[in-house]
Write a protein that binds this ligand. Structure first.
Ligand SMILES: C[S@@+](CC[C@H](N)C(=O)[O-])C[C@H]1O[C@@H](n2cnc3c(N)ncnc32)[C@H](O)[C@@H]1O
Length: 308
């Protein structure tokens, strides 16, 4: 079930309570595509107001930009959140934005989006909070990376897309690791040219831990055109892939919990919550009426239970 509210989240947050996880993609402070909504990274006061609507132990996952991530993390921390190690979404095919002067350029191609991770500190110990509420930790068993042995791999804080450049940067089985190569990625499964030379794949051993190859990471392609424009032309230029958001939802929010996205854009987080099922609910807040209306249309296409 979902609810999308139109307006400034700083004013509307008082109507929200008992949030189990905040999963959001706020303005990066870059004026992306000459938008009128990307001027500033949200302030510490905004993150404080968000936190006050959350249950103790709730996790926050907020996308940032490589250039302005430090502002995001500092503001989140100043809003009373406890900063945890960040996640990284790594993708290929990113355009180069710098100034080329002869053989030099002022920027590298940006191929990573940091995801700020933070905790609403509980008054009890983390163990007690986890045991009593199911919050304050990652749902690692629900988010294991599929492996052929059926056990799944322990999730890491790196998420990759399926572009050639990323896949080639994280090849299978390197430097004597335990990887035996049982793990076709989404791309490998359909692109035998790229990975065919590794030959037949053996069954996985349980020894897969935290070292080895790219196979231990979660893979997620960037949002396809069809996905972005599922409800007609999407007015939001920065649409996140639903599969990526669903992975984060399942990692951070217990079944039955309420997910808040205070900067919901065209509603990718909401769709992800509905796809994750298990009784999770969604509240999205969006300042621009055209974005909010589009988010509602996208969520309507998805939802079977109706609005909250
Ligand atoms: C990066 S976009 C989110 C895109 C979203 N992840 C998607 O997949 O469509 C950020 C959104 O935050 C909205 N926004 C900016 N400031 C806001 C505020 N104070 N309250 C609510 N929404 C705001 C913008 O209008 C924009 O739609």
């Amino acid at each position: 079930m979902y609810r999308i509210v139109t307006g400034d989240c700083r004013e509307l947050l008082n109507d929200v309570s008992d949030v189990s996880a905040v999963i959001t993609d706020p303005p990066y402070g870059l004026e992306i595509g000459r938008t009128d909504w990307d001027g500033d990274v949200p302030s510490s006061d905004t993150w404080l107001r968000v936190r006050q609507r959350c249950r103790p132990g709730a996790l926050l996952l907020a996308f940032g930009h490589a250039l302005t991530y430090h502002h995001l993390a500092t503001a989140v921390e100043a809003g009373g959140w406890k900063i945890m190690p960040m996640l990284a979404w790594i993708y290929g095919n990113a355009p180069a934005h710098g100034m080329q002067v002869g053989a030099m350029n002022t920027r590298l191609r940006n191929a990573v989006e940091p995801i700020c991770c933070a905790l609403n500190p509980p008054s009890t110990s983390l163990r007690e909070c986890i045991e009593q509420t199911g919050l304050a930790g990652f749902r690692v068993d629900a988010a294991r990376i599929p492996s052929l042995d059926g056990h799944g791999r322990f999730p890491s804080n790196v998420i990759l897309d399926d572009s050639d450049s990323v896949q080639l940067a994280f090849p299978f089985a390197r430097s004597g690791s335990q990887v035996t190569g049982d793990e076709p990625t989404q791309r490998a499964a359909r692109d035998s040219d790229l990975y065919g030379r590794f030959g037949a794949r053996k069954a996985a051993s349980h020894a897969y831990g935290d070292d080895g190859s790219a196979s231990r990471f979660f893979y997620c392609a960037r949002a396809s055109r069809a996905e972005k424009h599922a409800a007609g032309p999407n007015p939001v230029p920065t649409v996140k892939p639903v599969a990526l958001m669903q992975y984060l939802v399942e990692l951070a929010c217990p079944p039955g919990g309420l997910v808040l996205d205070p900067f919901c854009g065209s509603g990718s987080t909401g769709i992800a919550v509905m796809r994750s099922k298990q009784g999770r609910r969604f509240v999205g807040i969006e300042a621009r009426s055209d974005h909010a209306e589009y988010a509602r249309r996208r969520c309507e296409l998805e939802d079977v239970d109706g609005e909250l």
